[in-house]
Design a binder for this molecule. Structure first.
Ligand SMILES: [Mg+2]
Length: 397
């Protein structure tokens, strides 16, 4: 089998990759909704993929993997890898999880991810309202994650919460620096209120940064130790930070019982080595749509497991093809797997153009693993076609 074309169309906000072969089998991959510009990265790789056998996934990936980088520059490579597995599964009539070593679980635990409402403010009652919505969601989540602190405008919005000034730029979460005692106390009060609302039945994780100083990160982590939080995410580095600072993370991790989490922005296994071997964090969170693909994420998870480190993959903006990819790879991860971040498709019409997902998708906080070949999801082409931009008209042809 040979690759005859590599196409990319932006559907809604998602770049979608379609790899076409000479045997009439095609495969799809998807890029996060926030990265429509990645279309041009995908097309950049096209000439290196034409003529290759898509079922030799590692051999194809060897040609392009070194051209990617930390978020957002690894997205195109990752989406191409997804599409290669999709083709290979269809070619041999097996689900992608079989190609990755087989499943260890029949259903995969998720956490709320895209199921949330915007915060109406940054007082304890606003956070309580925020988690109550997640607690009452029909998906019946056993874990919810809330954005606090520097992962959003909270510290800039609260007068006297921090010493520095707000920073805005081409990527989110650029504000960083020391907090005041008032800022720190206020956040602890909000977290206590959320945990009281959720009770023991629902685990609480916090997406916190990046942007914290080491002393504030340690003070905060220690101040919330009595709440048994699942993790504190991206305190030091994180979203759109092209480095890991393993030794800095290790200082925080060693000073608290709260599990410290990072890794959604990291590209390739090589860039997890320091974090894992130095035991810099307790939990890693690679995203299959950024780390370099499904086999890459699987390798990182296995290596983390050897070092006593857990994994809770990122995925909130990965869309429905990305959701299928998450289900397949997470079904194969070792017992250090906690849950992955559940993406919600936007716009709403995405649910009308993708076929193959369970209905309902989530039951009792889990997604049942399905057995159809490849990723097991595809497009209702006649419905999907209407959402193509003029320049992408030939995408499904
Ligand atoms: Mg995050």
């Amino acid at each position: 089998m040979r690759i005859t074309d590599v196409r990319c169309a932006v559907l809604g906000e998602h770049p979608v990759v379609r790899i076409v072969t000479d045997e009439g089998i095609d495969g799809y991959g998807q890029v996060e909704s926030t990265k429509s510009y990645v279309k041009w990265h995908v097309l950049f790789y096209r000439e290196h993929l034409l003529g290759e056998d898509p079922t030799d996934v590692a051999r194809v990936m060897r040609k392009i993997r070194r051209l990617g980088a930390f978020k957002p520059w690894g997205s195109a490579v990752s989406a191409i890898e997804m599409a290669l597995w999709d083709i290979t599964g269809k070619a041999y009539g097996v689900p992608v999880y079989k190609l990755l070593g087989g499943k260890l679980r029949d259903r995969v635990r998720i956490y709320n991810g895209g199921v949330r409402q915007p915060l109406r403010g940054y007082q304890p009652e606003h956070f309580v309202e925020h988690v109550r919505f997640m607690k009452q969601a029909p998906e019946r989540f056993s874990i919810v994650k809330v954005s606090v602190g520097y992962h959003g405008p909270m510290f800039d919005a609260l007068p006297g919460a921090r010493y520095g000034d707000p920073v805005r730029g081409a990527t989110p979460y650029l504000s960083r620096g020391p907090l005041t005692e008032r800022g720190l106390r206020h956040l602890v009060t909000c977290v206590e209120a959320m945990k009281a609302e959720l009770g023991e039945e629902i685990g609480l994780a916090l997406d916190c940064g990046p942007g914290w100083t080491v002393p504030d990160a340690i003070r905060f982590a220690r101040a919330v130790e009595h709440l048994n939080l699942l993790w504190l995410e991206d305190l030091i580095t994180g979203d759109y930070t092209p480095y890991v600072l393993a030794d800095v993370y290790r200082e925080v991790t060693e000073q608290t019982t709260v599990p410290i989490h990072t890794g959604e922005q990291i590209y390739l296994r090589e860039n997890f080595v320091e974090l894992i071997e130095r035991h810099a964090v307790r939990i890693i969170g690679p995203d299959p749509a950024d780390v370099g693909g499904l086999a890459e994420l699987k390798w990182v998870a296995e290596y983390a497991d050897l070092h006593g480190i857990l994994i809770a993959p990122h995925g909130i903006y990965d869309g429905l093809i990305g959701l299928a990819a998450l289900v397949h790879v997470c079904a194969t991860l070792p017992d250090n797997f906690i849950a992955f971040e559940y993406p919600v498709a936007r716009p709403e019409w995405w649910y009308d153009i993708v076929v193959g997902l369970p209905d309902p998708i989530v039951v009792d906080g889990h997604i049942a693993v399905w057995d159809s070949p490849g990723l097991g999801v595809t497009f209702d082409v006649e419905r999907a076609r209407q959402y193509l931009a003029e320049e992408d008209r030939g995408f499904f042809d």
